[in-house]
Design a protein around this ligand. Sequence first.
Ligand code: COI
Length: 349
Amino acid sequence: MKITLSKKSKIGNVDFENLEFGKIFTDHIFVSKYSNGQWSEGEIMPYGDFLISPSARVFHYGQAIFEGMKCYKSENNSLILFRPDENFKRFNKSSARMAIPEIDKEVFFNGLTHLLKLDSEWVKKGDGNALYIRPFVFASEPSINASEANEYIFMIICCASKSYYGDQKIKVKIEEKYSRAAKGGVGYAKAAGNYAAQFYPTLLAKNEGYQQIIWTDSNNHKSIEEAGTMNLFFRIKDKLITSPTSDSILDGITRKSIIELAQSFNIDVEERPITIDELMSSFEKGELKEIFGTGTAVVVLPIESFGYKNKDYKIPEIENPFSIKLKKKLNDIQYDRSLDFGDWKLKIT
Ligand code: COI
């Protein structure tokens, strides 16, 4: 593989203690191109701007998808990827839905491992520290014909990160007007446009003091789906409930890991639809003990309160919340302090 090294590393200028999510990128990127029906082997080059035609289809029709994954550093300096096969599978599942040619496993993993080895200094030890990896693919063919492209670019960029919201708890708003995803749509895919479509309703929610939206089903806004950057778990009495994945809900890798970890602690987990009515009645009865989100960027994020029909509902503080116990176990695996749980860790070095 061709590798062009950056002339000077930027790492010396980075304040790793005060990182804003998604702003500080490592020295190198991986790039592979698709044309004439195949992906190139790809190459590594310095992170930097690149030229692209103004008529590239991605700008006009949004044909683009991405993944989010993390690399962790253990106490003895191993680099560890968490369930990367799952990200790879979902990458191609998202691509297939957006009529983007699937990427070869070899190209994906060769590019990724070379890149991580090269920029390994950027992965810092300690809970909360990780390298956030963003593989993405977009339609680069210069043509505004409204159909799938014949040329694509696949890239992997990486940024130094802490968890998305740090240690804060967040406030969320249950959405009853706008929808994130419809049946038969692209809600399960990490399609770029899925995220863009959330920005406006989320901006309205932010103006009311919330950080995120709890999306409800697009038919009648009665059933809870996900929160856009995370899947959701509700602890009612001592049971954890999470909506089943579907064509309108992202099949979160952290979500499925948390389900397995909870079961290993003998916590009862139900994957079933949960309605706003059930949520409200369990709140009124004092049975709603926790709500938390799960995702690569947010990890496990407790929710402090939720807004519904212009009223806020605060979740009472409890001792030994499931969210903390599950997050700790997850972190122990990710930072290699605990044995693997199935086949979850891929050691790069
Ligand atoms: C992730 O958790 O990796 C996501 O994709 C959410 C992101 C939009 C911040």
